[in-house]
Design a protein around this ligand. Sequence first.
Ligand SMILES: Nc1nc2c(c(=O)[nH]1)N[C@H]1C(S)=C(S)[C@@H](COP(=O)(O)O)O[C@H]1N2
Ligand SMILES: [Mo]
Length: 309
Amino acid sequence: MLIRRPADILPSEITDPAHYRSRRQFMTQASALTLAAALPASVTHAAAGSLGPLAASPLSTTEPPTSRRAVTSYNNFYELGTDKADPAENTFRLKPAPWQLRVEGLVNKPRTFGIDDLLKLAPLEERIYRMRCVEGWSMVIPWAGFPLAALLRQVEPQGSARYVEFVSHYDRATMTRGVLDWPYVEGLRLDEAQHPLTLLAVGLFGEALPVQNGAPIRLVVPWKYGFKGAKSIVAIRLVEKQPLTAWMKAGPSEYGFYANVNPEVDHPRWSQATERRIGEFAKRKTLPFNGYANQVASLYGGMDLRRYF
Ligand SMILES: Nc1nc2c(c(=O)[nH]1)N[C@H]1C(S)=C(S)[C@@H](COP(=O)(O)O)O[C@H]1N2
Ligand SMILES: [Mo]
């Protein structure tokens, strides 16, 4: 992965949740029409200008969210360019509506979902998660979404399904060529995919997901490095064997399948012991499983996490 120094974003840009909530209310009332124009039709239809009421989740961190500006302008989405600022400038290259998500493979009920179908699976929740990129920076992001488990229940995984593969949208005519072997593919073990923390996100800061963050639907796995969170997903496949992910193909010694945040296992070219929270000056210590060890460490009982990195 290309590594760069995080842009210097000031602590004053960290958004107080109360602040963006009142801003969100304002936008719903005052500029629903303007906002609606920018949203995928299906999402606008379902939620009349914003994502509507979101259930607050007990799984949220109480840490202050990173500024919306940083979350939507400092992105990794290589299909839209490899500089942090590129994805926000290239949003016209990806049309998030209409959208279809195929769920297939080892399931009893394979099905293609539109966004409206997905929004009916479970109530949308706001999940404020710590996110840690393998490059050494972190953010706190208020996602809106629903547990991937709700989708998996719907399609009924078969007994032989052990892994879940995620495939991102790719259009060779308009998107980055080279860098990675496209399309972007990620994977989880089935029990990781079914874990209550694992989210399919359709929004952030109470609004539909911006293209640069993976519109209209992307994966969020807060105890793993950010690259596990495939953006703009078009297919989810239940499979028997561990998927070969795009980053494993690019550098198997650098990007493992598990990619659990682990301060004790360095990336071959840099330490993973500390991180820079975007908007802060001093570095923080990186926590095992990104601070979610209580919820997820049991998934890896008896595994050598240096070998299965
Ligand atoms: N399709 C796709 N998904 C992707 C990436 C990408 O390049 N392409 N980058 C990953 C990486 S490295 C990170 S850190 C997160 C960044 O998500 P954000 O920009 O919404 O914070 O997206 C992940 N998902
Ligand atoms: Mo990342």
